[in-house]
Design a protein around this ligand. Sequence first.
Ligand code: HMG
Ligand code: MG
Length: 297
Amino acid sequence: MPILSRIPKRVRVVEVGPRDGLQNEPTRVASHNKISFINALSEAGLRVIETTSFVSPKAVPQMADAGDVMLGITPYPGVCYPVLVPNERGYDRARESGCTAIALFTAASEQFSQKNVNATIAETFQRFAPIAQRAREDGVWVRGYVSTATDCPYSGHVDPEDAIRVAERLIELGCDEVALADTVGLATPKRLGELLERACARLPVTRLALHLHDTGGLALANVIIGLDYGVTTFDAAAGGLGGCPFAPGAPGNLATERLLKLLHGLGIDTGIDETRVADAIEQLHAAYPELGRRNAA
Ligand code: HMG
Ligand code: MG
């Protein structure tokens, strides 16, 4: 059956630019510029905008103003503003800033987990248990991330089974959605397809998202593979900014503008205005022309 006959009518795009996009930039973007960027993305029609992270400011100084950003944005009706939370301290800070959606993040590779959060994968789940319990009581929406779902910057190709086991544990923990992340942006359509073949057999595809970095230039091809398996949630960052400070060599996320061009070109509705996304990133670039320069190199 041709793929065009089974693509979805509508896709949900999760904008991660304000968080993943800015966490790895050497330039410290001022809180008021971050706030204008997020408001412009809300106006462009994005309905999920990962806004910031309540991580240790020693680990990621670019996100040290998480509370100011969260309290400074204009919450648009119907828009969800998740924030990254690594531990209970992060959850407390997020709640004090009015957050009603969080993202817990762990990995399929032990080496990456150690570098990223100074913990084994098992220890990340020990940290998550009380947060998940409190989130349930507080009515907070929870996303879970499986970083290095296909490749690890330290140990190479990752066994799909390792990624799926972590995804299953996140669902068991109570995550509403689990994002399988190609942290280094080196997944090939074949290897992503092998992961999704097994993941979709064991987990509801409606609760899976793909978070693709674009180092190898295959992120859009990987989106097509995702669509073919029935995935309808894709992450992207305006301007293709982004990367994890603890994943060397992995600069950019899939650019929101490129993702929208593909989806709209396939006749898929997103509810997002491409021109206004371009305006949002242009406005940020006007203040900080150097942003994303490493990604383009
Ligand atoms: P640690 O050093 O093992 O923890 O860090 P600790 O508990 O010993 O804390 C160290 C210091 O940080 C202490 O301060 C704590 O109070 C403070 P000190 O006493 O030295 O002054 N601290 C905090 N401060 C504010 N908020 C907090 C917090 N927690 C501790 N929440 C820790 C462990 C997890 C905290 C640290 O390693 C960390 O914050 N890591 C975050 C790393 C990160 O943000 N990585 C990027 C996001 S993940 C990503 O990009 C991947 C993704 O995009 C998907 C993909 O592409 O793969 C999601
Ligand atoms: Mg990422």
